[in-house]
Design a protein around this ligand. Structure first.
Ligand code: RP5
Length: 167
């Protein structure tokens, strides 16, 4: 196994920060953390809001890189400004997860994805917290190559649910 990925797992220090805008989001958001854990990626999860706790959110983002984080996943519903507010405070890549809280999540999707030029948020689908974790893993695999092998193994597992007409 690649030495750096081993170190990543052994040290247990979070490299992905997961934020969400309300305790009411946690059932969906926890799937991101479960997926990262299944891939051997240490993460941390905090409830922080762009609107209700703006100063704590900004401080978290400004200190994130120095604390060793590599990617931030930001999840929110309704007027979902969290991912954009995070991207305004850090140069780490930000993955936005729009949550289905009202209007079937369409409000959050548009609020998260429609960032102005220069402040990007890589937005996954509505309630797409698992895919946010997989995207974070692909980003991290550029620095920790063993993660690529884990992603390949995970895909093989997914493929077991499918037929192979050529077998
Ligand atoms: C957003 O508003 C949160 O991310 C949540 O999805 C939604 C509703 O929050 P609560 O009123 O349930 O706290 O900021």
């Amino acid at each position: 196994m690649n030495q750096r990925a081993n170190e990543l797992q052994a040290q247990g220090k979070p490299v992905v920060g997961i934020l969400t805008g309300s305790p009411s989001d946690l059932d969906v958001v926890k799937k991101a953390q479960e997926t990262l854990t299944s891939l051997g990626i240490p993460s941390e999860l905090f409830v922080l809001s762009a609107h209700r706790t703006p100063e704590l959110t900004a401080r978290y983002c400004r200190e994130a890189e120095a604390r060793g984080l590599e990617v931030i996943i930001a999840c929110a519903g309704m007027a979902a400004h969290l991912a954009g507010a995070v991207a305004a405070q850090t140069f780490l890549p930000v993955i936005g997860v729009p949550l289905k809280s009202s209007l079937d999540g369409m409000d959050a999707l548009l609020a998260t994805v429609q960032m102005p030029p220069g402040i990007p948020v890589a937005t996954v689908g509505i309630d797409g917290s698992k895919n946010a974790a997989y995207l974070a893993a692909r980003m991290l695999a550029r620095k920790f190559p063993e993660l690529k092998a884990r992603l390949e193994a995970d895909l093989v597992e997914q493929q077991k649910r499918y037929d192979n007409p050529f077998a």
